[in-house]
Design a protein around this ligand. Structure first.
Ligand SMILES: *[C@@H]1O[C@H](CO)[C@@H](O)[C@H](O)[C@H]1NC(C)=O
Ligand SMILES: *[C@@H]1O[C@H](CO)[C@@H](O)[C@H](O)[C@H]1NC(C)=O
Ligand SMILES: *[C@@H]1O[C@H](CO)[C@@H](O)[C@H](O)[C@H]1NC(C)=O
Ligand SMILES: *[C@@H]1O[C@H](CO)[C@@H](O)[C@H](O)[C@H]1NC(C)=O
Ligand SMILES: *[C@@H]1O[C@H](CO)[C@@H](O)[C@H](O)[C@H]1NC(C)=O
Ligand SMILES: *[C@@H]1O[C@H](CO)[C@@H](O)[C@H](O)[C@H]1NC(C)=O
Length: 571
């Protein structure tokens, strides 16, 4: 981490170079406690003090020291004055190291005395490598960005109905469902990614989603018999949706005990492959129509010879819950034997009526739902037994805003969500920045634009229950329309906005009132730092704003901004 600090500090744009300030000659790091065996679970708190010539970092655990060194990169500047021809040539001046600046840092303001800790312990990025393959290099670069922004969980949504880009020793023919022989993560690749993440204090949580989203499993001869409605069914009219595109088709026949055993063997392989104590079993978007095509399912769920009740009725859902419970219990035996805690999408407990062990992690993604005044987060809170990770699609889904991708408007009985922008309009950084999973108002459940709050007698409603069970949030990069060339700009700097909101939530009791005009210049500086580490970012403003007033003068903000009401000098 010390070596990374040195490199990253030197990589800061040379336009930032300073001659005056505190010349730092020594950085002292004290880790006073004993790290947990897997040190990524350590205490992330730290203190950081500076004086005229040194920096002192204190942390209970190594991971706290790692966070402190990231903070330090945000305080320091390279030490030299640059030749004028370099100063004016920004492109030719990406790194101070590149123009021969020796090691040496100045802290332009201070002395600092910082006490810091995260408000939320789970600050994640969901990366989908199933819809489009993401090369390892891009994943490592994403981890660099996460490290810079103190994000600590990579939720790796590895596979989906569209492809299976990871090796399996249990069912080797699953690799046929990769997009190409070059688009398969090997055991060594996974190890490299986990190692790289661990070095940066980042957990890697793998997701293997069943029983829905499993069309791809049908390429395996052994698993094929358990996949209902692969490829849309016999006439491509047989799945929940009449195409396989979205939500994707294929649903494991959860009524077949042999299916649960076969999937368990696969899960067992991957619990060994990934060291983290949490394993994500998916569980979103059960294909109800598809399950009904299995006589085995309808017999067990509703009784042989009994007319199959209407999908969506209480009696149908109770039948589903019974069958699904038995399927998931088999998987839970496997994960539990491997010492794993599981994580699931909210659907399994809210829609499908399955009961999971207390303290299981439930990831909520639906901001709105059809039960008045309650969004999914609130409904999960009300169950009062689970931990919650917030991935509210109205705030944290970063993949939207680039238009529809299913082009045949004639397709689709279930809705047009993937052909319209309402599902995934672009979410500006300000949305993530002002969202706090524990304290933000509850969305209006009938307002699918996600802009209205739920009210009772005109009083805005807030989450109620054990708010401490909400352990954090995740931005999600679903990759239907994202590949490695556009990954960075979709993620950055918006993921950083969530990063700060979750890390510093305690400092902002009213997240909705946070000041964009105070945050924007800081986000711009952070974007430059990400650029200097080799990431791409979405541009936040015209460069004109680097030297002219853009935000503060027109904001109508009359308070005392942290950089003063005059032109910021450090953009
Ligand atoms: C270390 O642990 C102690 C005791 O739990 C706590 O008070 C302190 O805030 C932690 N962090 C640091 C940086 O000392
Ligand atoms: C730094 O802040 C801590 C906590 O507020 C305080 O106890 C300590 O005395 C301060 N140290 C210095 C050098 O100001
Ligand atoms: C597929 O379509 C053909 C021709 O319309 C029909 O005879 C057959 O029953 C269909 N099969 C299924 C499984 O729907
Ligand atoms: C699980 O949580 C529920 C709801 O809070 C509680 O009633 C039950 O006693 C808990 N079970 C265990 C085994 O702790
Ligand atoms: C939600 O929004 C709808 C449409 O704007 C409105 O009619 C309804 O009263 C709102 N409901 C709540 C609970 O705020
Ligand atoms: C604004 O903040 C600065 C720095 O904290 C302080 O010196 C100044 O007095 C403040 N001005 C007003 C008008 O509050």
């Amino acid at each position: 981490a010390g070596e990374r600090f040195r490199i990253n500090a030197l990589a800061i744009g040379c336009n930032d170079a300073q001659t005056a300030g505190y010349g730092i000659t020594k950085i002292k790091v004290f880790v006073t406690g004993t790290d947990p065996v897997n040190f990524v679970y350590g205490d992330e708190s730290y203190t950081l003090q500076t004086d005229a010539s040194s920096v002192t970092i204190n942390a209970n655990n190594s991971v706290g020291a790692i966070r402190a060194l990231e903070t330090l990169t945000q305080l320091v500047k390279p030490i030299s004055v640059l030749p004028s021809h370099i100063r004016t040539d920004v492109n030719g001046c990406a790194s101070a190291a590149a123009v021969g600046l020796g090691p040496g840092f100045i802290i332009p303001s201070g002395p600092w005395n910082i006490t810091d800790y995260p408000s939320y312990s789970w600050r994640g990025v969901l990366l989908d490598t199933g819809r489009n393959y993401i090369p390892i290099k891009s994943i490592l670069r994403t981890l660099d960005g996460m490290s810079a922004t103190k994000l600590n969980v990579l939720h790796w949504h590895i596979v989906d109905a569209t492809s299976f880009p990871i090796v399996s020793e249990t069912y080797p023919d699953l690799s046929k469902a990769a997009y190409s022989p070059l688009s398969i993560y090997s055991y060594a690749d996974v190890q490299a990614i986990v190692y790289y993440a661990t070095e940066r204090g980042i957990r890697v949580i793998p997701e293997f989603d069943t029983p829905a989203h499993t069309n791809e499993l049908a390429v395996s001869a052994e698993l094929a018999p358990f996949v209902l409605c692969p490829n849309g069914g016999a006439n491509k009219t047989n799945s929940y949706w009449p195409t396989c595109a979205e939500p994707p088709c294929g649903n494991i026949n959860i009524a077949d005990p042999a299916a649960a055993s076969a999937i368990s063997e696969l899960i067992n392989e991957y619990t060994q492959m990934f060291p983290d104590s949490v394993f994500h079993l998916g569980g979103d978007e059960i294909e109800t129509f598809c399950l009904n095509t299995s006589p085995e399912f309808t017999d067990i769920a509703f009784g042989k010879g009994t007319p199959v009740p209407q999908i969506g009725t209480d009696i149908w859902t109770a039948g589903l819950a019974k069958v699904y419970q038995s399927y998931i219990n088999t998987l839970l035996q496997t994960t539990s034997a491997a010492g794993k805690q599981t994580m699931h999408w909210e659907d399994i407990v809210l829609k499908d009526g399955v009961l999971l062990p207390n303290n299981t992690i439930i990831q909520v993604w639906n901001s709105w739902d059809n039960i008045a005044s309650k969004n999914s987060l609130q409904k999960t809170l009300a169950l009062d037994r689970y931990q919650i990770v917030d991935s509210n699609s109205d705030y944290y889904y970063l993949d939207g805003g680039s238009g529809e991708w299913l082009t045949d408007l004639g397709f689709g009985t279930g809705g047009n969500s993937w052909k319209e922008n309402y599902w995934t309009p672009y979410k500006a950084w300000q949305r993530a920045y002002t969202h706090d999973p524990r304290t933000s108002p509850i969305d209006n459940t009938t307002d699918t634009t996600g802009t209205g709050y739920s009210t009772i007698d005109n009083v805005v409603q807030f989450p109620a229950g054990n708010l401490q069970s909400i352990i954090g949030g995740e931005v999600a990069v679903w990759t239907e329309k994202i590949g490695y060339p556009s990954l960075d700009v979709k993620l950055w700097p918006r993921a950083a906005a969530m990063g700060e909101a979750l890390w510093s939530a305690d400092a902002f009791p009213d997240a909705g009132a946070k000041d964009f005009f105070e945050a924007l210049p800081r986000l711009k500086v952070l974007s430059d730092r990400l650029l200097s580490r080799g990431l791409s970012v979405e541009t936040l403003q015209p460069a004109w704003c680097n030297t002219e007033q853009c935000s503060t003068e027109f904001s109508g903000y009359s308070g005392n901004l942290s950089f003063g009401n005059s032109k910021p000098t450090y953009w």
